[in-house]
Design a protein around this ligand. Sequence first.
Ligand SMILES: C[S@@+](CC[C@H](N)C(=O)[O-])C[C@H]1O[C@@H](n2cnc3c(N)ncnc32)[C@H](O)[C@@H]1O
Length: 291
Amino acid sequence: MTSSPYSFLQHQQSARNAQTATAWDHFASHRTQITNQLRGIVGRCVGRHALRMCVLGAGNCNDLDLLELCQLFAQLTLVDIDRSALQAAVARVGLEASDQIEIRAPLDLTGLSPEFAHWSECLPTPGVVKSALERLRGTSQLEVLSGGFDVVLSSCVLTQLIDSAQRAIGEDHEEFFDLLSALRLRHIEHMLELLRGDGVGLLVTDLVSTDTWPGMRELPIEQLPQAAAAAVRDKNFFSGVNPSVIYHLLKNHPTLSAKISQVTPISPWIWDWGTRAYVVYGMQFRRSAHG
Ligand SMILES: C[S@@+](CC[C@H](N)C(=O)[O-])C[C@H]1O[C@@H](n2cnc3c(N)ncnc32)[C@H](O)[C@@H]1O
């Protein structure tokens, strides 16, 4: 792999993607959930034609039924730090020559790959993380994309962005929370930047896995929302993805709420892929027509 500003995170993420590259069958129920959500969104886009969707963190596209999505959308833009994963995913379903699909990779959604590389060797002293975040403020990692999308899907990438921060400086670092908060906020801002007025963002994220909640598979599905809420109360969830915090950000954060007209939480589901299962949930929001 050639050296680029993204090399550090590219290596990290392509190693992970390689482990799930052939896991298409294991993603079936999760893929169905996401496809159903997207079908619902498209069904409500009455009067609009030639819809365009952007997917952040598309990777192996195991959670995307690309063939069906090409029926729903006139154009799909797939974004990831791992270009080979996207290329292989598109080729797997025979769409490599399709002009409906645009691959935008490698793109680093954190904008901090060189810093993460450096910090993982030499922990940043107090103030260093804040200065890096200051430098990043007001810049966009996605300005190369044209924007104006009808739908933007973030597909289980937020926990990966936060995990990269955890690996770089550790949760106990005094600036970890600032870093996590900035990455989360920036990610939602990216989604809004990419959406046209009245377009819909669908933020899907893994919440907790069987590593810390081994009994989740036995739970009757109708009990999952309450049980997931109890897990969150017990602080048993991945850092940075508390559904109430994300809902509150979308509704009340000054730079976000001014651009959002509607927020709809989506009930959790279980994504079981054999060796491990996850509780996953979604948050759907609409960009204001004039925000
Ligand atoms: C858990 S996977 C999502 C599942 C994926 N959609 C699939 O079906 O295989 C997270 C994806 O986010 C990508 N990713 C992680 N960190 C990233 C970053 N900093 N910038 C862009 N993409 C990133 C990974 O390469 C990976 O493809």
